[in-house]
Ligand binder design. Sequence first.
Ligand code: GLC
Length: 429
Amino acid sequence: MGADLDALAHTILKDNDLGGYTIPTKGLYPYQWNWDSVFVAIGFATFDLNRAWQEIENLFEGQWDDGMVPHILFRKNDPSYFPGPSVWGTKSEPFPTSGHSQPPVAATAVRDLFEQSSAPENADRAKALFPKLMAWHRWWATCRDPKGHGTVAIVHPWESGRDNLPDWDEPLSNVDTTGVPEYTRKDTSHVDPDMRPLKKDYDRYMAILAIGKACGWDAAEVVEKTPFLVADPAITMILLRANRDLLVLADKLGFQNDKAEIEGWIAKQERGMDSLWNPEIKAYVTRNLRTDVLGTGVSSASFLASYAGLSDPKVIEPLNAHFDRIAGKVDFMLPSYDPDHAGFEHKRYWRGPIWAVVNYLAARGMTEAGEVARAEKIRQDTVRLVERSGFAEYFSPVDGSGAGGNSFSWTAAVWLAWATPSLAVNKAA
Ligand code: GLC
């Protein structure tokens, strides 16, 4: 079973490889996506290190002059996707892109690739990427945290990578959709509409996008004018972790002069995370920076605390209690949202389903922190999900069924890099 699935995972990555860059899945997502490509790289690294580097190098071909690395790279027009390049209207070179970013997992993956081989060429590739990673992380620390809170604010739900989270409902309710012109969605022609966002939410996504476009996607102007500005614990923790890895890279690759700046970001973001702790529910949540309203649900973001290097028992103990409560409630971990919350829907996009990539990040952090049993529960549940439903985009935590797209690149990639029982480190488990 494991070996067959390994072979299938290889095939998926190869089939979705359009020549140096990989799409998430055919049909639904026909372009290069930011954090998808980084996970794909760690999958490729299990059998082709050169191809892994290439995936990340190609992602950075889309980097903007201000340091931002966009969430979608429109390398060639594909009318099967909406909203495509003309709707975004960015002026980026050498090809059009979307106008905002996605979770910065790249520095962590670059460290992984760098540490995989001591060949000089390997260090050269990491060195070439280092200044680009620095510029991107500086962009997050300044353009997405202009008031210096030590948290990352997103300007569109899509920037979070967790597009349809119930926590976006309150900030989205303040978005005026009266000027949104008629448009035709394409996502619901590829997959069951019950697994996708509602029309009222999509209208709001389009309204925010139009505001960004009217600002010419100038980062400062977008932050000033967007009605949707929300500090996101997942991105902040992913960035905090990525900054720790960037610091190690700076040290090992000889970028000593950059270390103080990175250390400054780490210290600030560690403090910033305190402002995203909701003492009532005892979890990390979103904070709407327009209204100062905190999110009310335990999302899978909270379980990235160890991944981010946060270790205060006052935080970790309540989070472990949430983990155990949720594990007693659903058959498979980690649901993207609390099954005890009114906003939970087990098959609708980011309102309950499980993403294998989030499982990987959370379990990796827990393993590093010595929470081995919970990490192993997450991995074994991921194995059961893939055995039951294949390499789906996401999975129901209730019945394990697959949802969204199929033959999904990042699900295949984290299978190869982390979940598969054929990995030496998993064989004993
Ligand atoms: C969806 C997800 C996002 C992902 C993209 C491609 O938009 O919410 O996180 O990057 O699909 O897989």
